[in-house]
Design a protein around this ligand. Structure first.
Ligand code: ADP
Length: 225
């Protein structure tokens, strides 16, 4: 298997032994090393994050979270990437009741889901975030107009390292296969669920369901007025 380290070693070797002889070849080798070391960093970060979650070493904040503002912030951060692919990134989340949890960790989950949606949606497509407050539950849906996920693969995408298109190489497609596993751990730690629905050719929908409600007074991290 071609791992990031294999590529880094190979291209560094090419610079050292002169195989990458002209400046164009050296430039190419350097850019591969740069890209692959970034990928390696993300992989190590994800592995450490998952190991800490498994070991119960992650402390989650137990504060009031405004999902309306949180979704808007995540969308704002990803709008540039969506724009590069002329993808319409629509925010249909408003009026959701407050929940209790760790805002940074929930932002990590939504970033992973929206980033995946953008990654898998073809140029000119659409990614829509919708919210639903139902009784004592709050839902956030991330829907895309991408190729969808085959029914037999759907239950497996939350497994560690699982990637539907294993043969895919290069560019933005090269993830670690750990994002959804981490996201599901985080959502479950909030007493919630992370689920996916998809029909091939009709896009995918990822749904985060979280318990609604404010932190109890004893644990409330009060915001400044
Ligand atoms: P990564 O994105 O690093 O591969 P993830 O755990 O985030 O890892 O996703 C696992 C796999 O699930 C992806 O490799 C992809 O095959 C599939 N997947 C995730 N989100 C989508 C989506 N919105 N549309 C189609 N396939 C998806």
């Amino acid at each position: 298997m071609q791992t990031p380290l294999t590529s880094i070693q190979g291209f560094a070797q090419a610079i050292l032994d002169g195989t990458a002889s002209d400046s164009q070849a050296q430039q190419h080798a350097a850019s591969v090393i740069h890209e692959e070391s970034g990928r390696l960093t993300r992989l190590v970060d994800d592995l450490l994050d998952l190991a800490r979650l498994d070991a119960g070493q992650v402390t989650f904040a137990h504060a009031e979270v405004d999902l309306n503002a949180l979704v808007a912030r995540v969308i704002d951060r990803l709008s540039l990437r969506a724009g590069e692919k002329s993808i319409q990134l629509e925010n249909g989340v408003r009026g959701l009741p407050a929940i209790t949890g760790d805002g940074d960790r929930l932002a990590q989950v939504l970033t992973n889901l929206i980033d995946n949606a953008i990654k898998h949606t073809p140029v000119g497509g659409r990614v829509t975030i919708r919210g639903e407050g139902r009784g004592d539950q709050v839902r956030v849906h991330v829907e895309d107009s991408g190729p969808g996920i085959p029914p037999d693969e759907l239950p497996r995408i939350f497994e560690r390292f699982y990637q539907v298109d294993k043969a895919r190489r290069g560019g933005e497609g090269r993830g670690s296969g750990l994002g959804l596993a981490i996201s599901r751990e985080i959502v479950q730690a909030h007493g919630g669920r992370l689920e996916a629905a998809s029909a091939p050719g009709q896009g995918s929908r990822f749904t985060v369901t979280l318990p609604a409600g404010l932190p109890s007074d004893s644990t409330l991290s009060r915001r400044k007025p």
